[in-house]
Design a protein around this ligand. Structure first.
Ligand code: PLP
Length: 368
């Protein structure tokens, strides 16, 4: 049986180092605001290429805290609009509504499944204050074009980089930048199943803007940066020492993991040939957190793969605008997003797979 993703297998290569790191935290007697989180913040901002990194509790909080910080800083106010891709995980949308802002849905490119600059441009209205591009499935959005639209319209850009740790963008001037460093701020999740996953919940905000970084770190700690002095009605969204210690162990291997995912995805793109199946188009760079294919007979394809020992997943079966949580948006018609929700199937694509397993997935898909 080829599992979609087996987290025990994912973490097995680091088991000894993880146990040592956790033991060291236990022995230190210091579980929050310690040297592990401090060092992690340095490691991650260096990896991403931003001036600041604020470690936080999870990816949703990372997104939400940036939006709340912009409200505290007077950049936007309750009820303002944020442009979001309609095709995304619910957390991207929850961050906007949790912060008291209005999500404005934009259809994705039908080939890459991502938010585009053209889509953003058409959605801008008088109350629009920010854009929230999601590097969905691990593929970097066309950020240079999106940033241009943002600058023309004086909008902030918050990248949802929860699925794109290490994905890059080759800029027109020849330089290369990582996702999470391309907008005004980038939000990361280190949920255990992400390309870089903790052993529990964790997240981070990356930015070059000092006042934003300070405000996010205050909001994440009861609105305070001095004990018992509270500037904002903040929250408790801190990363703990254990998670930071585990992430530091695993960071060294992230580039290798991403290369392996790219090699598997490269074989899928070259070797899957089946008129029933539409492969994703990658125009920038992807670290393939998810390898999505579209198939009109998706459920039959999933069943065929399962009976041949290949486990798959669906990302995501119900789009945000069809969720009961957003019943006020149920009248929206977003056919591209709805088609993706009906037809998407995610093939296993991770560093635990052997070359034979990849071959088996390809053959089984081609037989369908
Ligand atoms: C995982 C994920 C999040 C949320 O991260 P959590 O750490 O689970 O809160 C946000 N956006 C996207 C696109 C994600 O995949």
């Amino acid at each position: 049986m080829i599992q979609y993703l087996d987290l025990k297998q994912v973490n097995a290569p680091y088991e000894q180092k993880l146990r040592e790191a956790i033991s060291a935290v236990i022995d230190s007697g210091w579980y929050l605001f310690g040297k592990e989180v401090e060092q992690w913040s340095r490691d991650w901002k260096f990896y991403v290429g931003t001036k600041y990194c604020v470690p936080v509790s999870n990816g949703l909080d990372a997104l939400r805290l940036v939006l709340e910080a912009w409200i505290e800083l007077g950049v936007m106010k309750t009820g303002d609009e944020v442009i979001v891709p309609a095709n995304t995980y619910i957390a991207s949308i929850l961050a906007v509504s949790d912060a008291g802002l209005m999500p404005v849905f934009v259809e994705p490119d039908p080939e890459t499944f991502l938010l585009t600059a053209d889509g953003v441009r058409r959605a801008i209205g008088p109350k629009t204050k920010a854009i929230l591009p999601v590097h969905l499935y691990g593929q970097t959005c066309e950020m240079e074009e999106i940033m241009e639209v943002a600058r023309e319209n004086k909008l902030k850009v918050l990248e949802d980089a929860a699925q794109s740790h290490g994905s890059v963008l080759k800029m027109k001037d020849g330089s290369v930048k990582k996702s999470g460093s391309l907008g005004d701020a980038g939000a990361f999740s280190f949920y255990p199943g992400k390309n870089l996953g903790a052993l529990g919940d964790a997240g981070a905000v990356c930015t070059d803007n000092k006042s934003l970084a300070i405000t996010v770190s205050q909001l994440a700690n009861y609105g305070s940066s001095r004990k018992y002095v509270h500037i904002f009605k903040g929250d408790n969204c801190r990363m703990d020492e254990m998670q930071a210690a585990c992430l530091r162990v695993k960071l060294d291997d992230l580039d290798r993991i991403n290369r392996r995912r790219k090699a598997i995805a490269g074989r899928y793109l070259r070797e899957i040939r089946n008129p029933e199946i539409t492969l994703p188009v990658c125009r920038t760079d992807s670290v393939w957190h998810i390898f999505p294919v579209l198939c009109a007979k998706r459920d039959a394809l999933q069943e065929h793969l399962r009976t041949h020992g290949v486990m798959t997943q669906i990302h995501y079966p119900i789009p945000p605008h069809h969720q009961a949580a957003y019943r006020e948006l149920q009248e929206l018609r977003l056919p591209v997003t709805e088609k993706i929700a009906c037809e998407e199937l995610s093939l296993p694509c991770n560093q635990c797979m052997s070359e034979d397993e990849v071959t088996h997935v390809i053959q089984t898909v081609n037989q369908f």
